[in-house]
Design a protein around this ligand. Structure first.
Ligand code: ZN
Length: 257
């Protein structure tokens, strides 16, 4: 995601949503800690950590306090080089070309790398500044501003769908994953990166982990719970990549390995 900061002012007026667990539908949670007035809790049944209850989405205000273009231009080369490594890893896995959609494409660095490595490249992001940069500075055509579900991509359209640092932000996770499944081609792969709450490098006092971000990071998966939520949609884990950093890197598809 981009540089927008999501701000929630917790007051006595704040409306809260109490949720069932998106992984297992469980409704019993154990509170772990509070950060900036928001309660972080663990599902008693499957172990997913999430903000629950969480401030209703209409309390959330997005703010922008950076000069985007300058920031993006400074970062562009490095980010595109890094993105190419990630794209090559998917190619090595077996999907060499076709259509690739980057969900949460921000300024389009992944989309640019994907295009340069021979895919027909698409991107979507809810934040318009990044998308404008992608179009005007990187010359990308198929990048759009809005929600994934609004784009009405055809069934089975994409051979690769990447969502890097995205799913932990999505308010309605199951409808999001259902949409990923709908637009994925039969032999396609979904490439996910998200903070890894089960990683050995996560501080014992979890509230000190820099991935714990009230209002922004709504869920904290581990190597068990992430495959479980994809399994609800008949999507199987096809590859779990080792990582020294506390980020889960997993591929999902219709048939497991
Ligand atoms: Zn659960």
């Amino acid at each position: 995601m981009g540089l927008g900061n999501v701000k929630t002012q917790i007051t006595t007026e704040t409306k809260w949503d109490t949720l069932d667990c998106p992984v297992c539908d469980g409704s019993q949670f154990t509170k772990l800690f509070e950060k900036q007035g928001e309660p972080f809790a663990r599902c008693d049944h499957c172990g997913l950590v999430m903000i629950n209850p969480r401030p209703s989405y209409d309390n959330v205000i997005e703010t922008y306090d950076e000069d985007y273009s300058t920031f993006y231009i400074k970062k562009a080369d490095k980010k595109i080089q890094r993105a190419k490594r990630w794209v090559r890893s998917v190619q090595k896995y077996g999907v060499k070309s076709g259509r690739w959609l980057d969900v949460g494409c921000s300024a389009g660095f992944i989309v640019k790398a994907v295009e340069e490595l021979g895919f027909e490249a698409y991107g979507v992001d809810v934040e318009k500044y990044g998308v404008e940069f992608a179009k005007s500075n990187l010359g990308l055509k198929n990048v759009v501003h809005g929600m994934l579900e609004e784009q009405k991509y055809p069934d089975g359209y994409f051979d690769v769908i990447s969502a890097y640092d995205v799913i932990e932000h999505v308010p309605d996770l199951n409808s999001f994953i259902a949409e990923l499944k709908r637009i994925l081609s039969p032999n396609g792969v979904i490439d996910i990166r998200t903070p890894d709450a089960g990683h050995w490098a996560v501080p014992r006092k979890m509230e000190n982990w820099n991935a714990i971000i009230p209002s922004e990071h709504l869920y904290y998966f581990d190597k068990r719970t992430l495959p479980l939520i994809f399994a609800r949609h008949d999507l199987k884990l096809v590859k779990h990549m080792f990582n020294f950093k506390p980020t889960l890197k997993m591929y999902f598809g219709f048939s497991g390995k």
